[in-house]
Design a protein around this ligand. Structure first.
Ligand SMILES: [Fe+2]
Length: 301
């Protein structure tokens, strides 16, 4: 029922820092601020796709998933309700803020908020990158991919595949960790789940550029400004993305890459790998600990 990752929101005490990090490092365009002072970024013709809301701690606020129009949204709501998930209809204030026609949202078993919507507001030929670059690969592949930390892969997979309709692309077992990758369009994965028992968290958002040179020029900028890298330049074994991971002002990483694999849904047989990368993606001498992670279940559960 999900078509693509269409937008994403975070809360952070460092929201303001995205006014420079977004355009000058990522090449995103600043959209006007949100009603709560959120910093909103554009990466294509959509009104905005990344929002950083001011808040007292760093956290993922919501994942925005596109569905195929009003009937698909109604069907999704009915299906979720049948499965015992409480679904709320977004009011006009919320749809205006998210720049969509219609929206419904729910909270999953780990506390992540998902928003399903259709009709993302788009302004053709209007994207102006924040620094010289070729642009981002979006369209039917959506914004990029999101990687969540979950305490149980089995529980997570049951929900995200059976309830939300994601399909497994492949799995990597390496460095004592299992990560599974899921697609909902031709992008190799729009969602990945990393299993860490007892922990819920958010790891990274991947943005794919139109040219390898965009990755190289961003890498130069990160090195020049001595912004912490979570992983050096490298190429992944499964989606073949050439990328690096930079720590954002808000405790999570942006994977900034080019050349990601597209999957043919009819021919996908999940593979398994025992390493993350063909080359590179080395952590720093002092690895960065995930900045968005909390015990699960929490004290209140
Ligand atoms: Fe990634």
């Amino acid at each position: 029922m999900i078509q693509a990752l269409s937008y994403i929101g975070f809360i952070s005490p460092a929201a303001k820092e995205w006014e420079t990090f977004g355009p000058e490092i990522l090449g995103a365009e600043l959209a006007g601020p949100g009603p709560d002072g959120s910093v909103r970024l554009r990466v294509d013709e959509a009104a905005h796709r990344i929002s950083i809301h001011p808040g007292d701690h760093d956290d993922l606020a919501y994942l925005g998933w596109a569905v195929d129009g009003p009937r698909a949204l109604a069907e999704a709501k009915a299906r979720l309700s049948d499965l015992g998930v409480t679904v709320q209809q977004g009011d006009s204030e919320l749809t205006t803020e998210r720049a969509v026609v219609e929206l419904a949202w729910f909270v999953d078993l780990f506390g992540f908020r998902h928003e399903l919507s259709w009709g993302q507001r788009t302004v053709p030929a209007s994207f102006r990158p924040g620094r010289p670059m070729s642009g981002f690969v979006t369209g039917a592949q959506g914004l990029g991919h999101a990687v969540l930390v979950v305490p149980s892969l089995a529980d997570a997979e049951a929900f995200y595949c059976e309830v939300m309709g994601f399909r497994l692309s492949d799995q990597i077992n390496a460095q004592g960790m299992t990560i599974r990758f899921y697609h909902c369009n031709t992008r190799h994965h729009s969602l990945a789940l990393a299993e860490v028992p007892g922990v819920v968290g958010y790891h990274h958002l991947m943005l794919e550029t139109a040219s390898l040179d965009d990755v190289g020029t961003a890498y130069d900028e990160v090195l020049k400004r001595e912004i912490p890298l979570a992983m050096t330049l490298g190429r992944h074994v499964n989606d073949l993305m050439t990328s690096f991971y930079v720590r954002t002002p808000s405790g999570f990483e942006i994977e900034y890459g080019h050349g990601g694999l597209q999957v043919d849904d009819t021919a996908t047989t999940p593979r398994a790998y025992d390493s993350f990368s063909i080359w590179g993606h080395h952590p720093p001498a002092e690895p960065l600990l995930p900045g968005i992670a909390r015990p699960f279940p929490g004290d209140d559960q």
